[in-house]
Design a protein around this ligand. Structure first.
Ligand SMILES: Cc1cc2nc3c(=O)[nH]c(=O)nc-3n(C[C@H](O)[C@H](O)[C@H](O)COP(=O)(O)O)c2cc1C
Length: 231
């Protein structure tokens, strides 16, 4: 009996891997709410910094110059976090358990050249942003000083809707936390490659993020990564 359910689970997982959850139900429905859509510039596929150099240089940095970061840099960071790298199957830069992609990324822009201050949802399909709340919303991520001074913050929200249905809520939560780590490390390494600095932050203000981003009960704020220029 145990063997049979393990086999069924393995078959389900394999099927989901082939099909992927694709852009999904909850994700697409939420994306449709956005009024203002901003197309991001195409990400670069080459860098002068090697992966080894990026790993060796990455350090948590909490103070930044007043210089803005650019929309091209924002594009590159979001692509590193969740960009689609295999469009036919919707697969992305970071791994995802059974290709379920439960992470919803939001950009909190305060000092990005070419982008009005606001909170934006990143839509991997089409590599674009959708405005969720206009004006500087960075203080709604939390009250750590670097959250106010970093030109931009990338916030991680997990949506457990799809994975919890198939695998239960404990597994859905565990997988989403693991995936957040994969994706956030991509962002931190990409920052080094771009000559930017930042820090990943687990101490966030869940209540403020929930109300700013109008999250559902199935969505949970998990993490944030800052991005700025060296001081
Ligand atoms: C899960 C997690 C949560 C973290 N939360 C915060 C945070 O809220 N604020 C902060 O300034 N740094 C935070 N950090 C960064 C750590 O303080 C930092 O990684 C650690 O001091 C090691 O330094 P390094 O990143 O430069 O190697 C967090 C790191 C992790 C992995």
């Amino acid at each position: 009996m145990v063997k049979r359910s393990a086999l069924l689970l393995a078959l389900l997982a394999a099927a989901l891997c082939v099909v992927g959850f694709q852009p999904t139900r909850a994700e697409e429905a939420k994306g449709a709410i956005g009024q203002t859509t901003i197309a991001l510039p195409a990400p670069e596929s080459k860098s002068k910094v090697t992966v080894e150099e990026a790993l060796a240089k990455r350090r948590s940095v909490r103070s930044y110059s007043t210089e803005p970061i650019t929309l091209q840099q924002v594009s590159q960071l979001l692509w590193a976090a969740q960009g689609i790298t295999e469009p036919s199957r919707g697969l992305r830069t970071a791994p995802s358990a059974v290709a379920s992609y439960p992470l919803r990324l939001y950009l909190f822009a305060g000092n990005v050249k070419g982008l009005p201050a606001g909170a934006y949802r990143y839509i991997p399909q089409g590599h674009k942003l959708e405005l969720v709340a206009s004006g500087d919303q960075r203080s709604n991520v939390g009250d750590q000083p670097q959250m106010r001074t970093a030109p931009a913050l990338i916030a991680y929200i997990a949506d457990y809707t799809d994975t919890a249905k198939s695998f239960g809520s404990d597994t859905a939560r565990r997988w989403a936390a693991i995936e957040t780590g994969h994706s956030a490390q991509n962002v931190l390494l990409e920052e080094v490659a771009l000559g930017l600095v930042g820090v990943s932050m687990g101490l966030i203000d869940e209540a403020k993020m929930r109300s700013t981003l109008k999250l559902t009960d199935n969505e949970e704020p998990l993490y944030a990564v800052s991005a700025g220029n060296k001081r």
